[in-house]
Design a protein around this ligand. Structure first.
Ligand SMILES: Nc1ccn([C@H]2C[C@H](O)[C@@H](COP(=O)(O)O)O2)c(=O)n1
Length: 232
């Protein structure tokens, strides 16, 4: 009966693994100096251990010497210099762990270059928060390669557990992270289905929102959540 009593005390509103790992990715993005889009990534192995994190930044020793512009001549923009969050998570991880079979939690859908890294490094899953560039050729190329890299299922949280498969689980549609410039608060609450498929109101996914806005000191926005299910 002691055992029964202690189990009654088990906390129920703990942070589930998926939210924790994505919260680590969201917080890693806080280290980004990109004025427009801060991206964070968290690499988790098959034992559910974090083996690497990363954020978008300029290459080592180049910080402060390269532009963060989005417009202008290619050499004057950030795009040809910046190291993506996923690249940093994989590089930081491979220093001390084999990343084969890992899951990449990333706040922004991987671009085509990161997808090549993800596939070649043998990752098996990608969980992303936002897909704001889904109309770009880079993201379309990503989805094409992720699909070819096994049987890619864009399924809401239902990942296909297999060595060959890379399943992309859509977590959030809206860019969870708002840069000051284009800060926008989603208009309304939406019901959010958690990993187990239970519907939660946005207030129940507050920990992740709160973690993301922790350092902003702002009240977490009512997260507009749209879980997208795409056919292959
Ligand atoms: N999967 C991705 C895609 C992009 N990034 C980085 C690269 C840039 O620093 C930023 C995107 O800039 P924007 O065009 O939104 O001004 O995000 C990344 O790390 N991972």
């Amino acid at each position: 009966s002691d055992c029964l009593q202690s189990s009654d005390l088990t906390r129920t509103d703990f942070l589930v693994d998926t939210d924790y790992f994505m919260a680590v990715a969201v917080l890693s993005a806080q280290r980004s100096k990109d004025p427009n889009t801060q991206v964070g990534a968290c690499l988790v192995n098959q034992d559910n251990k974090i083996v690497g994190t990363g954020h978008n930044c300029m290459p080592n020793d180049c910080e402060g010497k390269l532009p963060w512009n989005r417009e202008g001549a290619k050499l004057d923009t950030k795009y040809i210099y910046v190291c993506h969050a996923e690249l940093n998570a994989i590089v930081n991880a491979s220093a001390n762990a084999d990343v084969k079979g890992c899951t990449m939690y990333v706040t922004l859908f991987p671009c085509n270059e990161c997808t090549k890294l993800i596939i070649q490094a043998g990752l098996k899953e990608v969980v992303y928060l936002c897909d704001k560039y889904h109309k770009t050729p880079e993201t379309k190329a990503s989805k094409k390669m992720l699909d070819m890299a096994g049987i890619l299922e864009y399924e809401r949280f239902d990942s296909i557990k297999s060595d060959k498969n890379i399943s992309v689980r859509c977590a959030w549609e809206e860019n969870f992270f708002y840069s000051e410039k284009n800060h926008k608060l989603p208009s309304k609450h939406r019901v959010h289905n958690d990993v187990m498929g239970n519907s939660q109101t946005n207030s129940q996914i507050l920990p992740l929102t709160a973690a993301a806005h922790l350092h902003h000191g702002k009240p977490p926005p009512a997260l507009q959540v749209k879980i997208e299910q795409q056919d292959r």
